[in-house]
Design a protein. Structure first.
Length: 397
């Protein structure tokens, strides 16, 4: 039965900047225990359908579009047809990446492999992918090291892996500069899967690594909801730190239950409160990047289910965006937030309310008489504030 999508205020439009990977809607449902359950949907079909559903763009790995063994003539034809579909629909390719995990050659790592031949091949494959990305107009190039990890620490020092990864990212930055490409790199962290443990497992690890590069200004982050949750972390905090550092170059939106493998569920299908705070964070920051969905339709679905998955991902984002507006319009919430603002901005005697070091200020703070009993016994009203937020999400406010 074909789903009839509602034409209401939550209808996705290109101006919302929603994007999907070819590998997401096109995922045939293969898992470690079972084979594909859906036929392959061609890249052209995906472009047409995403445009029809109101998406802004489509993202891809090199081999989602061009098979690894394609001849020059085949590659030329594939690209001609793909760019033709993009032109016809107006769909953009804001991000592209390279697949450094599927081919058995990468089983021991790509940029971090002990084998220099594998490391050089990974560079070759990535340089070609960057050429393709630039040709398709992508401004962001994601680096996700799916095989950059180990099952045993016996054969590789983590320091060596980090050094090799740095050498590769430095190499690729120089390659982009040499070719006058405007592309920027976005590093994506994941704690494990498919390797037992992956190097640089969280967004925070990646952020620290960026500042050790030759061109840190060319490199930022692509945090993913599921990947931070797999580490038991609050995704909004990772994204907040990336935003604050000016390093949120891209984002992978999806859903995840705590303590599981990478489930890649539909955005906001799990942890609606976490999803709400994430949307709030991005919208509060007026972040201008792509709202990219990196997730898969349930394996139970046929092709129609895959399009439902895509439409509902975008719809849920827009519903949560409206809930954010409702949050700010709520009089009780406004009062509670103003109370917090007042606390933050009230001068502490003659000390002020921001504490930039000076010798005088240090002495003043050291000798200031604090009314500790008042501070110890005050309440912050967070139970009420959280309940108001929860009631908005539960739909009764
Ligand atoms: C995963 C990753 C990937 C990457 C993609 C782009 O866990 O499989 O999230 O989907 O995001 O390869 O680099
Ligand atoms: Mn991802
Ligand atoms: Mn993932």
């Amino acid at each position: 039965m074909r789903t009839r999508y509602p034409h209401d205020a939550y209808c996705p439009k290109p101006e919302h900047h929603f994007t999907f990977g070819l590998w997401t809607v096109g995922n045939p449902g293969r898992d470690p225990f079972g084979d594909a359950v859906r036929p392959t949907i061609s890249a052209i079909q995906i472009v047409n359908k995403l445009a029809e559903l109101g998406a802004y763009g489509v993202c891809l790995h090199d081999n989602d579009l061009v098979p690894m063994d394609a001849t020059a003539a085949q590659t030329e034809r594939i690209l001609r047809e793909f760019t033709g579909a993009l032109r016809e629909t107006g769909l953009k390719v804001p991000m592209a990446t390279t697949n450094l995990f599927y081919d058995p050659v990468f089983k021991e790592g790509a940029f971090t492999s002990n084998d220099a031949r594998v490391r050089a091949f990974a560079l070759q494959k990535t340089m070609k992918s960057i050429d393709l990305a630039v040709e398709l107009g992508a401004e962001t190039f994601v680096l996700w090291g799916g095989r950059e990890g180990v099952e045993t620490n016996a054969a590789k020092k983590p320091q060596d892996a980090i050094k090799r990864f740095r050498e590769a990212v430095n190499f690729l930055c120089e390659y982009a500069r040499d070719n006058h490409y405007a592309v920027k790199f976005a590093l994506e962290a994941k704690p494990n899967e498919p390797r037992g443990d992956l190097f640089l497992p969280t967004t925070g690890h990646m952020l620290a690594f960026i500042y050790t590069l030759d061109h840190p200004e060319m490199v930022g982050l692509n945090p993913e909801v599921a990947h931070e949750q797999m580490s038991g972390l609050d995704f909004s905090h990772a994204v907040g730190q990336a935003l604050e550092a000016g390093k949120l170059f891209h984002i992978d939106l999806n859903g995840q239950k705590p303590g599981r493998y990478d489930q890649d569920l539909r955005f906001a299908s799990e942890d609606q409160k976490g999803a709400f705070f994430l949307v709030k964070l991005l919208e509060d920051a007026k972040w201008s990047g792509m709202r990219h969905f990196d997730s898969h339709p349930y394996r139970t679905e046929d092709e129609q289910g895959a399009w439902d998955f895509a439409f509902y991902s975008m719809r849920s984002y827009l519903i949560l965006k409206e809930k954010v507006a409702q949050f700010y319009a709520d009089a009780e919430i406004q009062d509670l937030l103003e109370e917090q603002m007042r606390l933050a901005e009230t001068s502490v005697g003659k000390l002020g309310c921001t504490f930039q070091y000076s010798n005088r200020l240090a002495t003043a703070i050291k000798t200031h008489p604090f009314a500790l009993e008042r501070l110890r016994t005050q309440g912050f009203n967070y139970e009420r504030l959280d309940q108001c937020t929860t009631e908005i999400l539960m739909g009764i406010r």
